[in-house]
Each structure stands twice: as C-alpha cells, then as structure tokens.
Design a protein around this ligand. Structure first.
Ligand code: MG
Length: 451
C-alpha cells in the first residue's frame, strides 16, 4: 500500500508543491491509475501557464502511453474549455495540469471523465484505490501522442451561440480583462472582441509569470482597478489561472466582491435566458435567494465543491448555478464553472439593462461576508463538530455539509475542509459589526472546544 499522506487529494484532483509532494514519480503513478480506470482510448491533456507545466506534462504523457492510451496535447487551455473539448471531441477522458488559484509553486492534476465532467466522489475513490494498490494496466503497445491545433474551438462555438452578441455589440462595452498570464491568456481578448466589446487586455502573456497571486479576490485586483479607472472602462474582469472563476470590478474601479459575480450572472440568466431552479453551495450568499424570489424560482443548496453543485443541477433539472467564489455554471454552455460564460451573462445584463455595474450591484441587498479558518487535526475536527451540533441543536440547522446555523440576522457555516487540516467558518449578514463580533465569538468557541 502506498502512502499518500503528503498528497492533497480531493474530489477535484490531486495537488501539491512541485518538487516536494508533487514529484514526477507521483504524477506518473497517479496518471497510470487514472489511465487504467479509463480503459483504452484518447485522453486529452492540457495545462495552465505555470513554468512547471512541461515537467508535469511529460510525466502525464508517459503514464498514459505506458498503459496504452493515446494522449492528445491541447497546449495551454482554460479548464472549462478543456471540459468542453473532452465532451465534444468524444475523448475517453482528460487530465488538466493546473493548481487553479493556488500560488505558482503549486501544481495539480484535475481529472476529467468522458462527457467532460469531474469524477463524483465514488469514482474518485475508485481511482485512488487503483493508485494505492499500484494495480496499473501494462501495455505492450506504446502509441504516439497527437496534437490539437485549435483546442479552444468547441468552447468558442458554444459560447458564441449562447451569448447575445447583437445586444452587446449595440452597447459596445469598454472592458479591461486581467487573465493573470494564466490559461485564458491566448483566448480571452479575441473572445471579448467577438462578443462585441472594446477590449484592453492586461497580463495575457502565457509565457510570463503570474504578476500577482492568481486568486481573484479584491486584494489581487489592484492593477485591474487602476487600469479600469485610467481608461474610463465600463467593467473590469479578472480570471484565475485556470479561468473557472471570475471577479468583476465596476466602472469606478471598485471590486464588487466574488459573491456578486454569481449574483449578476444569475440575474442575467433568469431575466434574459430562461426561468430555472438555481443551485448554489451552502456557503453562497443569500443574495441568490433574493434574486430567485424576484423571478419566482427555487434555490437548492449543495455541499461545497463544483461537482456537488453539478450533481444537484442534474437532479433538479437546473440550468443555472455555481459557487459564490465567482464560479458561474450555465448548462447551455457546459455543466462546469466557467469565467467565459460568466462574462457573457454579465455583459448581456450590462448591455440590455443600460445600467452601470455599480448601479446593478446597488439594486441588490448589500451583504457583509467574512471567511476564516482554524487549524485543527482531523481527529479534533470530528470531535469539535459533534460538540457544536449538540450545543446548537435548538437552532435552525442544516447538517448537509458541516453545520450551517441560520438566524434572523445572519447565517454561519462551519465545516472541516476536504483538502486541508482546518475548520472553515463562513458568516454573512447585513450588519458588519454584528458579523465581526459573532465570528470572533465562534472562533473562540471552536478554540476552546479543542481542549
Ligand atoms: Mg480555478
């Protein structure tokens, strides 16, 4: 049995620090396990722009070929484009090399199954099981890898038929986009022009280093804000390194907050595409409930993690959903978080409503969100969660994923992380002072329960 303690394994893939926990040996073994699981056929391989991508990619190729699969090299490609490629090219599966919003020293393998979706947890467990047992298929035939010249083509086609380019062309928004020199870099400027925007693209060199941390949170949007103000742009967009998450800056250069990316996209979808139930995760802002109520549609809340949202979108026949961290999912394009889809929806809303981004945000309730975490061991976290459940048993509780307590003024979501030895705490309400004080109380309480 192989040790996997130095590996971060979650339902979205495996990740680690390159050269430390994320070694060629590990990449090779894990790829062989996945390749064995897939059976024989073509397997798409792409990456974001991290400088370690070639080392990782060649280990992935080797793992695939040694078990008789044919790798198809797609070059640098955003993860949503990659998922669409796997679906539309009818590949047997795919591996994208990206650590998403993590800093540059990290890298990861994201596994994609036939049809372009991430594994459900039972499937991920099966793959990990093959890895742990080392039961890899051996092949006597070592195929050559193939290349794909235009790997963005399927995604582009779907996006352009989904977006209302007529309306966007009429208003011709002036847009600044920051791709953090990540996977969207080769494609995003052309895409926004095709939608009908005037575009100023910054940090779109796929061969340069990340100019800032790739997580699209307000503290990493300073340059984008400056450029929006300098050019008097209508909107600023920021994507993370694999381009599944989207952040928005308004015409004043103010980040609207990740939760409001999804809010504007859902608003646009329900107003201009179709009425549909909305699926979001348990930690996503209540602003979604407010929007759904306005359109008379239901909101369903899933466990945290993109694939959990997707699973519930399928079971409730939902066309629109996502995660509050800027992850917009529209079934029309593909059931995956997609910053390109998010941009199309927000640009349509901007163009048809004839309002400014700051005005669109101001029409919604302004919630105050705080996110924090406490380091605890797995054993401690199980005990702490049990004690919290007992203590709050008389409150309005949701126990689907950790504990979510909903009161009149705020909700608080406490859950052990799937990927790190921490307990995460999310809180949202309208009163900043109250939120800060409740958060510090609950952090103190968790601290005291571990003793
Ligand atoms: Mg990402």
């Amino acid at each position: 049995m192989k040790k996997i303690s130095d590996l971060k394994v979650s339902i979205s893939g495996i990740r680690g620090i390159v050269g430390k926990s994320f070694t060629p040996r590990l990449i090779l073994d894990f790829t062989q396990a996945f390749s064995t699981y897939l059976g024989k056929g073509k397997v798409a391989v792409a990456s974001d722009t991290r400088p370690t991508r070639d080392m990782v990619k060649h280990a992935v190729f080797s793992g695939l070929i040694s078990s008789g699969n044919i790798p198809v090299d797609l070059g640098v490609l955003p993860i949503p484009s990659f998922q669409v490629y796997v679906k539309d090219s009818r590949a047997n599966g795919g591996i994208e090399i990206t650590a998403s919003h993590n800093p540059v020293e990290w890298n990861a393998l994201k596994l994609v199954l036939k049809g372009g979706r991430f594994p459900f947890s039972f499937e991920a467990e099966e793959i990990i099981d093959i890895y742990q047992q080392g039961a890899f298929r051996k092949s006597e035939y070592f195929p050559m890898k193939e290349y794909e010249e235009d790997s963005f083509k399927y995604h582009r086609k779907r996006l352009l038929s989904f977006a209302d380019t007529e309306s966007i062309k009429k208003r011709k928004p002036k847009v600044v986009v920051d791709s953090c020199n990540g996977a969207a870099s080769p494609y995003v400027e052309k895409y926004l022009r095709e939608l009908g925007c005037e575009v100023i693209a910054i940090n779109t060199d796929p061969n340069a280093l990340f100019p800032h941390s790739p997580e699209p949170i307000p503290e990493n949007l300073k340059q984008l804000s400056e450029v929006v103000k300098k050019y008097g742009a209508d909107i600023g967009f920021a994507q993370d390194a694999d381009a599944d998450r989207l952040a928005v800056v308004d015409e004043k250069g103010e980040p609207i907050g990740e939760e409001y990316t999804l809010a504007l996209a859902v608003m646009s979808y329900l107003e201009y595409k179709r009425k549909s139930p909305v699926v979001v995760n348990l930690s996503t802002s209540s602003v979604i409930d407010e929007i759904a109520q306005k359109f008379g549609v239901k909101v369903f809340r899933s466990k945290i993690g993109e694939i959990n949202v997707v699973e519930e979108m399928l079971s409730y026949n939902s066309f629109i959903g996502g995660e509050g961290n800027g992850g917009v999912i529209a079934k029309d394009v593909h059931l995956c978080r997609d910053s390109f889809t998010g941009m199309a929806l927000i640009l349509e809303l901007f163009s048809k409503s004839k309002k400014k981004i700051s005005e669109l945000k101001a029409e919604l309730t302004q919630y105050y969100v705080k996110k924090d975490k406490i380091k605890v061991s797995l054993k401690e976290s199980i005990l702490i969660m049990e004690k919290l459940k007992e203590k709050y048993k008389n409150e309005k509780l949701n126990l689907k994923d950790g504990i979510k307590i909903t009161t009149k003024n705020f909700w608080i979501h406490i859950r052990p992380s799937n990927t790190e030895p921490v307990i995460r705490v999310f809180i949202e309400g309208k009163d900043k002072r109250e939120i800060n004080s409740v958060l510090s109380d609950i952090l103190g309480e968790i601290e005291s329960l571990r003793r």
